[in-house]
Design a protein. Structure first.
Length: 271
């Protein structure tokens, strides 16, 4: 039986993600300005990114004033309830800047350090993915009603479609390209979508067989990781470890283990 608190957290996350997604979709100015930079001039933070985080934290705080927050755009509070919200108000910022559709709003709720609910809204695809721990992963989209998600049966590695991402720091990106070059001959192909949250949800619904990336933060993966696992995927970092900034790996059972082993052999977690 699903914990009523977890259901409450999911409902609140869905409301916040829908509101933020609408703000980002409908409020994107034609002459979108850059408010700041992140790790390099290529990786930009937009005014809309900051506005979306304020909307999300404001809506959640009004309903649950004692909860904590960790947000990409600087929100960080401890809270006293044991619940913490992990928020990426705009995952796929460069896609958003360029008018590409693969960007998302990602909201996860932790209870006592474990992710218990997560929502990833992808407004320009008309899709929203969600999960509660132990209750499966679900999505709404161009189909009728909610659809329960399940990752694909594992193909042989050489027939696997794997997605990844690249850092915006030139030296790190160069090493990631070397790792990808070694992987490509062993796979069906590699994709680079531009949103870690969307990649994990695409894995959950059978559009990918695997995913990996280095340099991700908690807000990049918290919701998508739960959705992928609830759809039957395996997730981790380096062998025996949880996803971390060093490495995040996800895949269908069978693909995950082989992909993780290759990434370890190739030194994907360091320069």
């Amino acid at each position: 039986m699903t914990d009523p608190l977890h259901t409450e957290l999911l409902t609140l996350a869905q409301r916040a993600a829908a509101r933020a997604g609408a703000l980002l979709r409908d409020g994107r100015p034609a002459d979108l300005a850059v408010a700041a930079t992140k790790s390099s001039p290529i990786d930009v933070v937009t005014e809309m990114d900051i506005a979306a985080e304020k909307l999300i934290t404001g809506l959640i705080s009004e309903a649950r004033p004692d909860d904590g927050f960790l947000g990409e755009e600087g929100t960080s509070t401890t809270g006293t309830s044991g619940v913490r919200w992990i928020i990426d108000p705009l995952d796929g910022t460069v896609n958003y800047l360029y008018g590409l559709p693969t960007w998302s709003v990602s909201i996860a709720a932790e209870q006592d350090g474990e992710t218990v609910a997560g929502v990833v809204a992808v407004p320009l695809r008309g899709e929203t993915f969600h999960a509660v721990r132990g209750a499966g992963a679900w999505a709404t989209g161009a189909w009728d009603g909610e659809r329960r998600l399940a990752c694909r049966p594992a193909p042989p590695l050489d027939q696997s479609l794997v997605s990844t991402g690249f850092n915006y720091v030139a030296e790190v990106r160069a090493h990631q390209a070397e790792v990808a070059a070694r992987l490509i001959p062993l796979l069906r192909d590699i994709r680079r979508g531009g949103s870690a949250a969307v990649d994990l949800c695409d894995l959950a619904c059978g559009r990918l067989d695997g995913y990996y990336e280095r340099g991700l933060n908690a807000w990049d993966v918290a919701a998508g990781d739960l959705i992928a696992r609830e759809a039957g995927a395996l997730t981790g970092g380096r062998p025996g470890e949880r996803p971390s900034r060093d490495l995040t790996v996800a895949g269908t059972p069978g693909v995950f283990e082989r992909l993780q082993g290759l990434l370890e052999d190739f030194g994907a977690w360091h320069d």
